[in-house]
Ligand binder design. Sequence first.
Ligand SMILES: Cc1cc2nc3c(=O)[nH]c(=O)nc-3n(C[C@H](O)[C@H](O)[C@H](O)COP(=O)(O)OP(=O)(O)OC[C@H]3O[C@@H](n4cnc5c(N)ncnc54)[C@H](O)[C@@H]3O)c2cc1C
Length: 306
Amino acid sequence: MLRQVLLAASRSDRVRTLVETSPMTRDMVRRFIPGETMDQALDVAGDLTREGLLVTLDVLGEFACDAGQARAMVDHYVELLERLASTGLAQQAEVSLKLTAIGQAFDEDVALENARRVCTAARSAGTTVTLDMEDYEHVDSTLRILMELRRDFPDTGGVVQAYLRRAEEHCAELAYEGSRVRLCKGAYGAPDDVAFTDKAEVDKSYVRCMKVLMGGKGYPMLATHDPRLVDIAGALAVLFDRDPSSFEYQMLYGIRPQEQRRLASQGAQVRVYVAYGDQWYGYFMRRLAERPANLRFFLRSLMSRS
Ligand SMILES: Cc1cc2nc3c(=O)[nH]c(=O)nc-3n(C[C@H](O)[C@H](O)[C@H](O)COP(=O)(O)OP(=O)(O)OC[C@H]3O[C@@H](n4cnc5c(N)ncnc54)[C@H](O)[C@@H]3O)c2cc1C
């Protein structure tokens, strides 16, 4: 219930203004978003890679409403990819891309062409792109764009959200040789006929999806902080005789950082998702929605300083 309220608030302009203009929000935001500028993000990426972690960089922003906004986002990604190459980070750092930020919300073809530009820049830099999966209304379109892009850029990563009732089916379709697939629980709201809404059902779906991906021929990217699921992932790697180089764990910047380092110290590949930029509102609200304790902490900090 609280999750639904927060996810609804993530789409409300009034709440947005309230949260964005509160000076107290900053400390909490900084936990999940290390900076607003490309320089800050590259510094953090450099620090993480020196610790043996991999990185995926996400430029915050979603739902571009016209071609100009979408183009500005693509230009930003192209510059970021050039910087990844020139700073020597491209081998350990890739980018994550939200298609609604580059045109999907108003024209699928525009999004596809823009995504091609980002993939071309990534290839020149020597790295890859993963297409984030957003709200359920964009899932089919995102999968279409993914398959189209993979004709020319087969290393483009896709995402499956385990909360979708069709998640296992998506995994089976994507578990082929060379296919990079991130599996996450799903961070958006979705109706009951489309998605499991009960947490235990989502977790069970995640396990079923992991079995398909880990038993398949692709490259699974297991994006979760859930200790039980991380343990099951380790057990499946043994069961399917997977080399540590044939899959990776992924976690968000600011969440379970010790666990990220523990897994890496045991020889696992661990990629940290680093989001940066000034359009942090939607991303931040989804992080609050994932964990009631975050909201309590946030509200306490608001009250204690007011
Ligand atoms: C690398 C990465 C990429 C992602 N990409 C997408 C995407 O493309 N599309 C999409 O819909 N979702 C994406 N997500 C978000 C994902 O769907 C979940 O909403 C999120 O990861 C929380 O689920 P969980 O698996 O960690 O399990 P949960 O059951 O939510 O959490 C398990 C434990 O992790 C810790 N934890 C989890 N979330 C938080 C938090 N916000 N703050 C503090 N502690 C927390 C807590 O200890 C919690 O008990 C991504 C997540 C990751 C890690």
